[in-house]
Ligand binder design. Structure first.
Ligand SMILES: NC(=O)c1ccc[n+]([C@@H]2O[C@H](COP(=O)([O-])OP(=O)(O)OC[C@H]3O[C@@H](n4cnc5c(N)ncnc54)[C@H](OP(=O)(O)O)[C@@H]3O)[C@@H](O)[C@H]2O)c1
Length: 282
């Protein structure tokens, strides 16, 4: 298949390019090649390229900053997704789009199934929900794939932040009242590639590593596997956010997957990530 990956320089786009390479004709675009929020750019460039699949890993992902850059977040995560849906429908391309646990309010401690109604509580979540709605309205051939708490070798992520702070010998305060499923971008990309090749019904899918934890427990596991012993304290989101411009985050954001086979537990995936990036030996 001729597959166009948008946002290929981002954490997920990069990982997807690695995963799909070799089996498909890949076209890799980022901001230098296309501005997805420019309708003319999208219609002309993708229309001329005529890919079989458009994978949209481009997004506005600065969760806290979105509170003060509302227009930009809506433009990139909402309107642009509408433009991409329109061109995909026009050229009959499969549209693969990524979304987030943040489209939910996080009040449900049991987690969220694929068809649970949206109720985002911050601007980033609202902008991502708008993008999803655009796809459902325009109805190209589509997969909306929600995931959560990604870590991978390309780009900034929680694991790297924890390791950096611990290695600098600094004390840490990590929230223990937000729960979710950490997900290894490499595992995720593999599952996405299987879905693209699967001919499964179009719709919304949830893909994360299995099992869940809070951020404090995630941090403890990172340190345990890495043999580090920093001074790390659990704190509540409220105390952590005091005096900052942090956006509100969902408390429980486990994504329940009722449509696909489950991926391995996040702890196993984390260990492999640390081994594969040379931070620990097997
Ligand atoms: N990371 C997570 O934990 C997580 C969790 C759940 C869902 N997701 C979803 O997964 C997807 C990928 O996330 P990620 O973490 O890989 O994102 P990322 O690392 O921030 O990468 C996003 C890429 O999109 C590019 N981009 C932004 N605006 C653009 C525009 N107008 N036109 C073209 N390119 C543009 C960015 O370029 P610049 O760097 O130049 O801005 C960057 O290369 C997103 O849809 C996100 O919502 C991520």
């Amino acid at each position: 298949m001729k597959i166009l990956i948008l946002g290929h320089k981002g954490m997920l786009g990069h990982e997807l390019a690695d995963e799909l390479e070799g089996d498909h004709e890949l076209i890799l675009w980022d901001r230098d090649q296309i501005d997805i929020s420019n309708r003319e750019d999208v219609m002309k460039k993708i229309g001329e390229l005529e890919p079989d699949v458009v994978v949209n890993a481009a997004a506005y992902t600065a969760v806290d900053k979105a509170e003060s850059e509302k227009d930009l977040a809506y433009k990139v995560n909402g309107c642009a997704v509408g433009f991409l849906s329109t061109i995909c429908k026009e050229i009959n391309a499969l549209f693969v789009h990524f979304s987030t646990d943040y489209v939910f309010d996080g009040e449900n401690h049991l987690g969220y199934k694929e068809d649970h109604p949206y109720k985002p509580i911050n601007i980033y979540g609202k902008s991502k929900a708008l993008g999803e709605k655009m796809i459902l309205d325009i109805e190209p051939r589509y997969y909306i794939i929600r995931t959560s708490w990604l870590f991978g070798k390309y780009g900034k992520n929680f694991v790297e932040t924890m390791l950096r702070i611990a290695n600098e010998g600094k004390d840490l305060k990590v929230v223990n009242d937000q729960f979710g499923s950490p997900t290894y971008a490499k595992d995720f990309a593999k599952k996405v590639s299987e879905l693209i090749e699967s001919h499964k019904p179009f719709g919304i899918y949830h893909i994360t590593n299995s099992e869940s934890c809070n951020w404090y427990e995630f941090a403890l596991k990172i340190f345990e596997f890495s043999g580090l012993n920093p001074n790390v304290q659990p704190v509540t989101s409220e105390s952590r956010a005091l005096g900052t411009t942090s956006s509100e985050r969902p408390t429980y954001s486990m994504l329940i997957n009722t449509k696909l086979s489950l991926m391995r537990p996040w702890e196993e995936a984390l260990k492999d990530y640390l081994i594969e990036t040379g931070k620990i030996v097997k």
